[in-house]
Design a protein around this ligand. Structure first.
Ligand code: SAH
Length: 397
């Protein structure tokens, strides 16, 4: 039996069922657990707290599987979590064939991510525990979905913190095509699962893409939009398909915008309606302001500015700056959708930063809605870190 014994008082977060044990909380390791082995986490008196996966190189020394002593952590347990997770998303099937099927801690499988793009599955093993159980996890996923093609994208930075080398490649079935086509809310997107960001697509923005479509439809055919940090054009396509006359997509990646342009063609959109600018957003914002341009809908969806809590102050300045410049480009009566995907920037802090930008803009905005990832990104109520994506829908008054 491998036991991880905590220091006195360090059991508190586990009693609240927070699923991480930091290295600094550990008093002693009994036995010789190897990376990914199941350990029993106990308090300083030896009382059971949780079952978890041991990760000797990570600051998060144990990620908990279960707080129930009677549960056995084995291949059948892993398969049951996968089956539950897939079933949890069943209601999305009518809207889309692109869904995050498993989302780490939110589905009781810390470090495991599985996305479905039509008949292609893409998986990430981002912690020692799920790395250890990769075969049963993939088997369960194939069984639960009937999808025979599985590609691995375990190349996220999180692997380094677990002392795991990056690994990518075919796990089951065929080499993925250069573009897997998905359909979400009637819009077609090509997804490059081999080279794209994350597993190829920002599934977490599905609800906000729908919101943009609704706003564009309400605004009538005049509504022109500005999509900053557009990646492969998701928000632009959603707006144009809903009736917007014109959208500008700005991204520093020429590859992402090339895919965006192919996506526009895929949806039969006229080329003139779909403008792309390969540029830093700050430069494009400056240029558009100089041209005197303003838009009915402006989207700001920057990359993660704060990779950890140590970067929050610097990130706050960057968020404020991009928002301030973005606000200047919103027409009176127009909308701003602004996002942060930094887990270290809380919902409250993000709202304060954006409020700061509103003050500096000398314009007025009202908050209409708070935005978040959809139901295929569940957050455990005892693990608030899972709520990484937050956004605000503002209207300029
Ligand atoms: N809104 C997108 C996802 C955005 S991800 C969607 O819904 O699909 C962030 C994007 O910002 C990436 O495509 C990246 O290439 C781009 N990016 C990062 N820094 C940038 C910068 N300074 N200027 C322009 N684009 C940038």
């Amino acid at each position: 039996m491998n036991d991880v014994v905590l220091k006195p008082g360090k059991e508190k977060s586990l009693l609240r069922r927070h699923p991480w044990v930091y290295a600094t909380a550990v008093a002693q390791v009994v036995g010789r657990p190897q990376p990914g082995d199941t350990v029993r986490v106990v308090d300083c008196r030896g009382d059971f707290l949780a079952w978890g996966a041991y990760s000797p190189e990570s600051q998060i020394r144990v990620r908990c599987w279960s707080f129930r002593e009677e549960e056995g952590i084995d291949a059948a347990w892993m398969a049951a979590r996968v089956t539950e997770a897939v079933a949890r998303r069943a209601s999305l099937a009518g809207r889309t064939d692109a869904v995050r099927l498993v989302f780490g801690e939110g589905d009781s499988l810390p470090g495991f991510v599985a996305d479905r793009y039509a008949d292609q599955l893409v998986v990430q093993f981002l912690a020692a525990g799920v790395e250890r159980w990769r075969e049963p996890l993939v088997d369960a996923l194939v069984a639960a979905t009937g999808c025979l093609n599985v590609y691995e994208r375990s190349d996220a930075a999180a692997r380094e913190r677990e002392a795991l080398a990056a690994r990518t490649g075919v796990l089951r079935g065929r080499q993925p095509p250069a573009e897997v086509e998905i359909v979400e809310d009637g819009v077609r997107y090509g997804v490059d699962v081999v080279n794209g960001h994350k597993t190829g697509f920002y599934l977490d923005q599905r609800e906000s893409r729908r919101l943009v479509a609704e706003l564009a439809a309400r605004g009538g055919p005049s509504a022109p939009g500005l999509n900053c940090f557009s990646y492969t054009g998701g928000f632009s396509l959603a707006a144009l398909r809903a009736g917007a006359a014109h959208a500008i997509s700005v991204d520093s990646s020429a590859d992402a915008l090339a895919m965006a342009a192919r996506n526009a063609a895929r949806n039969g959109l006229p080329e003139a309606a779909f403008e792309c600018r390969v540029s830093k957003v700050a430069d494009a914002q400056k240029a558009l302001a100089a041209e005197g341009r303003q838009f009915d809908i402006v989207v700001l969806d920057p990359p993660k500015f704060a990779p950890s809590v140590h970067h929050v102050d610097k990130a706050a300045r960057a968020y404020k700056d991009v928002n301030l410049k973005g606000m200047k480009l919103v027409k009176p009566g127009g909308y701003l959708l602004t996002f942060s995907c930094s887990g270290a920037v809380s919902v409250d802090l993000f709202q304060k930063i954006v409020a700061g930008a509103v003050i500096d803009s000398r314009e007025d905005f009202v908050l209409l809605e708070r935005l978040a990832a959809g139901m295929d990104h569940p957050m455990r109520m005892t693990h608030p870190e899972g709520e990484y994506l937050k956004g605000l829908l503002l209207q300029r008054v």
